[in-house]
Design a protein around this ligand. Structure first.
Ligand code: SAM
Length: 272
């Protein structure tokens, strides 16, 4: 099924405007493969789909287009070191700093199908003394309602849980349901799921002690990245921590973040 250059340009512009995702000029093949599920009896060609969106700019079909254009790959304890770092370095520091205020706010800002926020919840439970008994809240957000719905259910195939979880974690934090594993009430109870589009105005979000903004900045152009990082930094409590994905950088943004090293990896701490 052909995708005309003009139609590709229209979709590229729409995706950028609505989500901040910057599709390169060579990404026509990706648009074609991702949007094929929308080519049905109603829209039999990309041409008719685009013509419809041009004539009805507020039609909800555009949300399906954005949703399909997001890349949602994720797995439990991705890269492992950020979670070790929380247990060994970040939580003890926060505990020492906050003292009597025994509360911890964490944001998983592009949570996809939930592996990241559930890994954060398991890390909180495994952390032991430093933050034991604290009131902990994990905000898990994404632009895609499809992945959020999946994440909320906390249901994963065995293959998904084999990717990153130890046998002990599977037994402690999941129960079997047919061929799936379901997260226990205990870890689900720590997480609140919500749709937030990082590239648009953010709703009111509480100040955070830790922000995971991982493996999402790679999809944005530099001005969008800069704006999102600036806003994330403002949301951090003084002394709070920001984690980016492997290979994601602060570009050249001037912020009051200080780089911190952990086992040859880098994350960031807000001054104060
Ligand atoms: C590759 S996943 C990363 C998941 C997780 N953070 C990890 O590191 O495993 C990227 C996620 O970013 C989300 N995303 C893309 N653009 C977004 C935006 N403008 N606002 C919020 N989330 C967005 C996608 O829907 C997708 O679920």
């Amino acid at each position: 099924m052909p995708l005309l250059d003009a139609d590709f340009e229209f979709i590229r512009g729409l995706v950028h405007r609505e989500s901040g995702i910057a599709l390169g000029e060579e990404k026509g093949y990706l648009v074609k493969s991702r949007l094929t599920p929308l080519i049905t009896d109603k829209f039999q060609t990309f041409r008719s789909l685009v013509q419809h969106m041009r004539s009805k700019p507020n039609d909800p079909i555009k949300h399906q287009v954005i949703d399909l254009m997001t890349t949602n790959e994720s797995w439990f304890f991705r890269d492992l070191w950020p979670f070790e770092c929380l247990k060994e370095f970040v939580f003890p520091q926060i505990a020492a700093k906050k003292g009597a205020d025994r509360s911890l706010n964490i944001w998983s800002a592009a949570c996809s199908t939930g592996q990241e926020p559930y890994s954060l919840a398991m890390t909180v439970r495994e952390a032991g003394n430093s933050i034991g008994g604290w009131s902990t809240s994990i905000l898990a957000t994404d632009i895609s309602l499809t992945v959020l719905e999946q994440a909320k259910q906390g249901k994963f195939t065995k293959a998904e849980t084999f990717r990153g979880l130890t046998a002990t974690q599977q037994t402690r934090f999941f129960t079997s349901e047919g061929s799936n594993l379901v997260a226990t009430e205990d870890i689900r109870g720590l997480i609140e799921f919500k749709q937030i589009n990082l590239s648009k105005t953010w709703p009111r979000i509480p100040q955070m002690d830790v922000i995971f903004l991982r493996n999402v900045l790679i999809y944005f152009d530099v001005p969008t990245k800069e704006e999102i990082i600036r806003k994330a930094v403002r949301l951090l409590n003084p002394g709070g921590f920001l984690f980016l994905g492997g290979g994601e950088t602060m570009v050249n943004i001037q912020t009051d973040l200080v780089p911190v090293s952990f086992k040859k990896n880098q994350f960031f701490q807000r001054g104060g």
